[in-house]
Structure formats: structure tokens, C-alpha cells
Design a protein around this ligand. Structure first.
Ligand SMILES: [Zn+2]
Length: 378
């Protein structure tokens, strides 16, 4: 399949363009009934392609410049352990996911990123040849289809992320690497700055973070990565795809350690106005690839595109149905609702949860995490 895109990811970033990423697939498709939580495997690309295609379209319409393949946890070892898929191979899912992403990307001017994530093999064995063979298998699936670049995402040990980058770089395509880490560093305590240095030395063209923590915490982590690169005299583009949830607890493993994960996170959802603040702060931090992960819906992506409209020079198609800063409310029949049709109102609003018995913060399960960490073979 021939794609009609004009510029690749590095051409866009090298030219100083803001690249808007897409939002979260796996958690959104779980809520819509196509993914099983706990397993979190992406067989829906084969079983329910219409559901995956529709979500791609929503992100494209909202302004995303990249369609990530719906291939989270789609390594053969993960599919086998999850036991959630029979009669469908990892190769079939990877190839179907590439075709869906390409089909929708070509409806706009978007790029397709083939995505790999952390493997159970690393967690269980730390065996470099075995782990690399798993990434190579997935890469070979992607290379049978038309993809523009690769993203390594949701990896919490820099060693594994480096191995993934080393494998994917053999394709000759650009590679972005995002780790799901906190400002405290990876699961072995390697600081974000050092993680970024190792990833760039391994060949990553774009580095940053995704998932696990809220936007402002993730910006802090990427700032530490940037500092580390500058100190080492290295350069790379910066990327961020945080949660669409508030995680002010800032615990090391993020939302997975919160009691609400994964079935009661709704009270923590970001508003579109929270996302305006995020997009601006990410831009000011020098990050030019700005998207979202779990909890990021189409209206959040649209909010990134609207906040950065002046820098990018255009609005996304979905803004046809959205007045900036609540402007559409000027049409409302009730004067007290009309009074909300301005930026100051939404920027300063402190939204109530409507749940009088809810605490504002939770106690993360850090103790259990430390217990588990001490059991990981080294
Ligand atoms: Zn996520």
C-alpha cells in the first residue's frame, strides 16, 4: 500500500513542527468492550477491526499526526502467557493493526508508528538474545506492512528499552523510545537523565516518557531526561504521552499502584482544560511530540491541537464542533450558562467530584511493589 504522506517524523521534528500524538487505545477499548483488563492484549485488531478503526479515526479527527499501531503487549510471549487468544497469532494481530493504522492515517496526513512494549521474557529471564529475538519477530511483522517509524513504549527498565531500540534501529527507520518511569527513574533506580543518555547512545531519535503518571509529573521526568542529554552533549527530540488521569501522589509506579486502578479511575479524569495547561507546559519545556496514553480520549487530543493552534497554524477537523474556551455556549438560552463562554471561567474552575465521601488523594501500594521488586531475578 502506498502512503500519501509528505514528510517523515524526523523531517517534521527537525523543521520544528509540533507533532500531536494520539491517545490511549487499550484502556479505551476495554471500556468499550473489546479488550480484557488484566490481559490487556490487542486481539481486537483481528476480532473487531471496526472498533480499532473507529478509535483511530476519532484521534485523527481530533488532530493526531501519528496513528500508533494497536499492538500493545503483542509479543508472542505475552500473548501466550495471557492465554486470552486462541487461533490468532501475534503476527496476524501485528499485521492487521498496521493495516488499520495505515488505512486511517491515509485519510489525513498522519504517519504510522509500529509499537512494541515491555515483554514478560525480560521480566522473567533478563536474557538478551531471547528478548531481542522477540522484538525482532514483532519488527519483522511490521516490516511486512507500510509503517513510517517505530515507538518503544511502556518499558520500565532502561536495559530492556535499549535492547528494543538496538533491534528496531536495524530496520533503518526512525525510533522513538518512551519509558513508563517517574522522576525517580526506572525500576532499578537509574535516573531519567541516564536512561535518556543510554537510549540515545543505542540509537533512539526521539526519547521521552509515556503512561503511568499524570501530564505534569511526566513533564518533570522529560525535563530530567533533557538535562541528562545536555550534560552528556547529546541531542534528541523529546516526546511525551502521559496518562489522562490525575496522579498527584507521584508514586514510583504511578496509577498501577493506586487503589482505583483500573476500574474506578473516572474520578481522576483530566478535563480538556487541564490538557490545555499540559500542552502549553510541554511545549515550553521544549517537547515537540505531544500526545497521550491511557485515559487520553479524542477530546483531550483536540485540546492539545487547540492549545497549540497558533504555533501549528491550523485547527483539527474536530474543532468544527468546538468553540475555543467554551465559545459555543454564547448560544445557550440560560444567561448563567452563557456567562461560561470564556477562557477565565474554565481556566479557573475547580471541578467538584460530586462524591462527598471521596478523599482527594489515595495511599499507593508502594510496599507491595518493593516486595515484588526484591523478587525479580537479576
Ligand atoms: Zn498507558
Amino acid at each position: 500500500m502506498e502512503s500519501k504522506k509528505s514528510k517523515g517524523i524526523l523531517e517534521r521534528l527537525n523543521a520544528g513542527e509540533v507533532v500531536v500524538g494520539d491517545g490511549g487505545y487499550v484502556m479505551q477499548l476495554e471500556r468499550r468492550g473489546y479488550v480484557k483488563a488484566g490481559h490487556w492484549t490487542p486481539e481486537a485488531a483481528v476480532e473487531h477491526p471496526e472498533a480499532v478503526r473507529q478509535l483511530h479515526r476519532e484521534f485523527l479527527r481530533a488532530g493526531a499526526n501519528v496513528m500508533q499501531t494497536f499492538t500493545f503487549y503483542c509479543s508472542e510471549d505475552k500473548l501466550e502467557i495471557s492465554g486470552n487468544v486462541s487461533n490468532i497469532s501475534g503476527g496476524q494481530i501485528n499485521e492487521a493493526a498496521c493495516d488499520l493504522a495505515r488505512e486511517v492515517a491515509n485519510e489525513g496526513n498522519a504517519l504510522v508508528a509500529g509499537c512494541v512494549s515491555k515483554t514478560p521474557c525480560y521480566q522473567n529471564s533478563r536474557n538478551e538474545p531471547k528478548v531481542k529475538a522477540i522484538f525482532k519477530k514483532q519488527m519483522d511483522d511490521f516490516l511486512k506492512r507500510d509503517i513510517d517509524f517505530f515507538i518503544v513504549e511502556f518499558v520500565d527498565h532502561v536495559e530492556e528499552a535499549v535492547w528494543a531500540v538496538q533491534v528496531l534501529k536495524t530496520s533503518g527507520k526512525p525510533v522513538g523510545a518512551t519509558m513508563c518511569i517517574s522522576p525517580q527513574g526506572d525500576m532499578q533506580g537509574i535516573p531519567p537523565g541516564e536512561c535518556a543518555v543510554r537510549l540515545v547512545k543505542a540509537g533512539a531519535d526521539i526519547v521521552g516518557v509515556n503512561c503511568h503518571l499524570d501530564p505534569l509529573t511526566c513533564i518533570d521526568t522529560v525535563k530530567l531526561m533533557k538535562e541528562g542529554l545536555e550534560k552528556a552533549g547529546l541531542r534528541a527530540h523529546l516526546m511525551i504521552q502521559p496518562l489522562g488521569f490525575h496522579t498527584p501522589e507521584r508514586n514510583h509506579s504511578g496509577y498501577i499502584n493506586l487503589p482505583e486502578f483500573p476500574f474506578a479511575l473516572e474520578t481522576r479524569a483530566m478535563t480538556r482544560w487541564d490538557i490545555h495547561k499540559y500542552a502549553r507546559e510541554a511545549y515550553n519545556a521544549g517537547i515537540r511530540y505531544i500526545g497521550g496514553c491511557c485515559g487520553f480520549e479524542a477530546y483531550h487530543i483536540r485540546a492539545i491541537a487547540e492549545e497549540l493552534c497558533a504555533e501549528r497554524g491550523f485547527l483539527p477537523p474536530a474543532s468544527e464542533k468546538h468553540g475555543p474556551w467554551g465559545a459555543a455556549l454564547e448560544m445557550h438560552t440560560k444567561p448563567w450558562v452563557r456567562a461560561r463562554a470564556h477562557r477565565e471561567y474554565w481556566e479557573n474552575l475547580l471541578p467538584a467530584s460530586g462524591r462527598p465521601k471521596c478523599p482527594s488523594m489515595a495511599t499507593p501500594a508502594e510496599d507491595e511493589e518493593h516486595q515484588l521488586k526484591s523478587n525479580i531475578p537479576t
